[in-house]
Design a protein around this ligand. Structure first.
Ligand SMILES: *[C@@H]1O[C@H](CO)[C@@H](O)[C@H](O)[C@H]1NC(C)=O
Ligand SMILES: *[C@@H]1O[C@H](CO)[C@@H](O)[C@H](O)[C@H]1NC(C)=O
Ligand SMILES: *[C@@H]1O[C@H](CO)[C@@H](O)[C@H](O)[C@H]1NC(C)=O
Ligand SMILES: *[C@@H]1O[C@H](CO)[C@@H](O)[C@H](O)[C@H]1NC(C)=O
Ligand SMILES: *[C@@H]1O[C@H](CO)[C@@H](O)[C@H](O)[C@H]1NC(C)=O
Ligand SMILES: *[C@@H]1O[C@H](CO)[C@@H](O)[C@H](O)[C@H]1NC(C)=O
Length: 225
């Protein structure tokens, strides 16, 4: 199985290191949905990525992804900033709020600090009822906030429109991680800036951008960046 990794750039995140010699950017990150070895994590750190986004949830079983525990723990040991993401499963017999709580409980029982959690909002993964979708996402966001997560949404304008009909009722402190790429690899990357962002939902500005997918990063193959 290959890892899927992406690059991000931050504007609001505070980063202690000057990352990749770009003064207009607060930091670069990768995202993964498969475990990474210690060796790769060390390389990621040495390559001056500040943050790692880790998918911590198995959509199919609508439960916390136990396979990612070691990667989460080890990324913290190597002093990467860790943010988690998940696509909550609306078709599960378990509510969105309980799915968020399952992630929380697994982090707690593994003594992992509660930090950032992004909910992935992706076309095709939610129902056709945009009102019900917005309610499902809103309630999951509220539960996550209650549990102490710094919550965000990972989506883009088209997906947000198709899933929620451009819902604008989320709390104003919910962060936005949006994606924009023109296909796989370095050639599919978009600008390492927010210049292409147009407001949607209730976001006037984004926090993080995924600008590339499926690249080779820090020696690991078939990785998105
Ligand atoms: C990875 O690093 C962690 C923390 O240093 C260590 O506890 C763990 O045993 C290492 N895993 C492997 C497979 O070497
Ligand atoms: C979930 O199921 C789909 C289709 O059945 C499969 O392609 C995918 O790999 C599964 N995901 C996980 C995390 O098991
Ligand atoms: C939910 O569905 C799964 C099978 O998909 C079943 O094992 C489980 O008991 C169900 N849980 C509840 C609360 O109904
Ligand atoms: C869509 O969901 C809303 C909220 O759950 C519900 O009130 C409405 O009846 C649903 N509409 C349809 C067409 O099912
Ligand atoms: C979504 O709504 C915002 C206002 O809340 C508007 O500026 C934006 O153009 C809308 N986007 C889409 C894709 O409809
Ligand atoms: C990622 O890129 C490799 C070639 O570098 C390709 O073989 C693979 O199909 C791509 N993966 C996805 C999910 O598009």
């Amino acid at each position: 199985m290959f890892s899927v990794i992406s690059f991000f750039l931050f504007v609001s995140a505070v980063s202690a290191l000057p990352i990749l010699q770009d003064s207009t950017i607060d930091g670069y990150a990768i995202d993964i949905n498969e475990p990474l070895s210690n060796g790769t994590l060390i390389n990621v750190r040495l390559d001056r990525y500040s943050t790692i986004y880790i998918r911590s949830f198995n959509y199919n079983t609508s439960s916390f992804d136990q396979n990612m525990i070691d990667t989460i723990r080890n990324a913290l040991v190597y002093r990467l900033r860790v943010e988690l993401y998940m696509t909550p499963n609306q078709f599960s017999n378990v509510s969105g709020t309980d799915q968020v709580e399952d992630v929380y409980n697994n982090l707690k029982s593994n003594s992992i600090p509660i930090g950032g959690l992004f909910l992935r909002v992706q076309s095709g993964m939610y129902s056709y009822n945009t009102t019900a979708n917005a309610e499902f996402i809103d309630s999951s966001v509220h539960r996550a906030k209650q549990l102490g997560f710094q919550v965000g949404i990972f989506t883009n304008a088209e997906e947000w429109k198709s899933v929620t009909n451009n819902y604008s009722g989320l709390d104003s402190d919910v962060r936005l991680w949006y994606w924009a790429n023109n296909g796989n690899g370095v050639t599919g990357e978009t600008t390492h800036s927010f210049n292409d962002f147009k407001r949607f939902g209730n976001w006037n500005e984004p926090n993080v951008k995924q600008f590339g997918v499926n690249e080779t990063v820090s020696g690991a193959d078939q990785i998105n960046r």
